[in-house]
Design a protein around this ligand. Structure first.
Ligand code: IMP
Length: 197
């Protein structure tokens, strides 16, 4: 079976290929011959994941899947959520002088300043379309937002997120350990179970 993963992120491709072994051939967008932007303009992770997978399915006429992830912070009413990637480039508080990831973290810590409820979760939604039929999977990891950055591994908000049951941030954790417990790891394992059926 050949499946297109609607991503250009090589790290994500490696991760899923390691889990699906040789039974399923997974191609990234460039390997599938697709160039250009995929629209991603809905207000929920579910809608965006679906939009991306249907867009590629309709363009390439091949079975495919797409994912969308957000950090949902309780004290911020679920923000940055679907806007996690470009949080520091939107809304009232922006940090154009910082690179986007640094800006995102600075904005998050600024908005969380003085907040006692620091509960948050990462949530990933995967949408897969096989022969015109869509199935979705969700992966969640709950935790807390720290007061300051810690650690240099990982990416995105990893330096300010401590998963429940751990004492260090995702950015201080071994990558294989993070992948086992992370939102994406959980959603990906559900996808792999489905594919291996
Ligand atoms: P995407 O949908 O996987 O591209 O994720 C959207 C945004 O969420 C990224 O740009 C990151 O800011 C954030 N994010 C997603 N996954 C992670 C993670 O595992 N650690 C930290 N931040 C993440």
């Amino acid at each position: 079976m050949i499946l297109i993963f609607a991503t250009n992120n090589l790290h994500k491709l490696d991760e899923i290929r390691a889990l699906t072994r040789h039974r399923i051939k997974i191609l990234g967008l460039s390997e599938a011959g697709f160039q250009g932007e995929i629209p991603e303009d809905y207000p929920t992770l579910e809608q965006n994941a679906s939009q991306k997978s249907w867009y590629i399915y309709n363009k390439l006429k091949q079975n495919c899947f797409a994912d969308d992830t957000g950090l949902e912070v309780e004290a911020l009413d679920g923000a940055p959520g679907v806007y996690s990637a470009r949080f520091s480039r939107i809304g009232e508080l922006q940090f154009p002088e910082l690179d986007v990831t640094e800006g995102n973290i600075r904005k998050l810590l600024t908005l969380m300043d003085g907040k006692t409820n620091r509960r948050a979760r990462f949530r990933t939604v995967i949408s897969i379309i096989v022969d015109g039929q869509e199935t979705r999977f969700e992966g969640i990891v709950a935790g807390t937002i720290t007061n300051e950055k810690s650690g240099t591994r990982g990416f995105g908000y990893d330096p300010v997120f401590v998963p429940d049951g751990e004492t260090c941030t995702f950015a201080e954790m071994d990558i294989s350990k993070k992948n086992k417990i992370s939102h994406r790891g959980v959603a990906t394992n559900k996808l792999v179970d489905f594919l291996n059926q």
